[in-house]
Design a protein around this ligand. Structure first.
Ligand SMILES: [Zn+2]
Length: 174
C-alpha cells in the first residue's frame, strides 16, 4: 500500500495495540519472505555461474587436448621432392586433430604455403594452405586440417612454399 493511502490508518495504528501487533507481525512476515527471495536469487546466480564456469573449462581443455597438434621440423633438413628420405623417423600426429602448428626447418622463409597428406603411393588425402610467419628462432606455419577421416598408419606429409618444390616427411597418424 502506498504511503498516501496508509495515511488514513496511521492514526488508528498508533493508538490501538492489537492492530499495531498485527502490523508488526505482517511486517516481520514480509521481511522474512523478502530475505528468502533474495537468498533464492543469489543461490540461482551462483549455480548458473558455477555451471557456466564448468562448461567453459571443459570446452577449453577439450580444445587444447584434442584439436591442435605441434609438428616440429626445426631439427630436420628440407628434403626436396615427393619421396621421403629413407632413414628419417616419422612425424607423429593424432587423428583427432583439426589444426596443425608446424615449426618449419630452421632458415625456412615465410609466406604462403601449401600442405597435404598423401598415402605412400602419392594419393592426396588432405590438403590445405596457410601463411608461415617468422617467429623468434623459428618459422611457424599454422594450417586448419582435419585428419579424422584418415585411418591410423604411415603417410607422407608434404609442404611447399607456393610456386616452389614439395618437401616430404614421413608421417605416422595415430
Ligand atoms: Zn484497532
Amino acid at each position: 500500500m502506498p504511503l498516501s493511502q496508509a495515511d488514513a490508518h496511521l492514526d488508528h495504528l498508533s493508538s490501538c495495540s492489537p492492530c499495531y501487533q498485527d502490523f508488526l507481525r505482517l511486517q516481520a512476515d514480509y521481511r522474512r519472505r523478502r530475505a528468502r527471495m533474495i537468498f533464492a536469487v543469489a543461490a540461482s546466480v551462483l549455480i548458473v555461474a558455477g555451471i557456466t564456469t564448468w562448461v567453459a573449462i571443459q570446452h577449453h581443455s577439450g580444445l587444447q587436448v584434442a584439436r591442435s597438434a605441434i609438428v616440429d621440423l626445426r631439427d630436420r633438413s628440407t628434403p626436396r621432392g615427393t619421396q621421403t628420405p629413407p632413414d628419417e623417423s616419422p612425424v607423429e600426429i593424432g587423428s583427432k586433430v583439426s589444426r596443425l602448428e608446424i615449426y618449419l626447418p630452421i632458415g625456412t622463409s615465410d609466406g604462403a604455403y601449401e600442405f597435404r597428406v598423401t598415402t605412400q603411393n602419392g594419393d592426396v588425402l588432405v590438403s590445405g594452405t596457410g601463411i608461415a610467419k617468422i617467429e623468434p628462432g623459428t618459422t611457424l606455419l599454422e594450417v586448419d586440417a582435419s585428419l579424422s577421416s584418415v585411418t591410423p598408419g604411415l603417410y607422407v606429409l608434404q609442404l611447399r612454399k607456393v610456386g616452389s618444390e614439395w618437401s616430404s616427411y614421413a608421417l605416422r597418424i595415430r
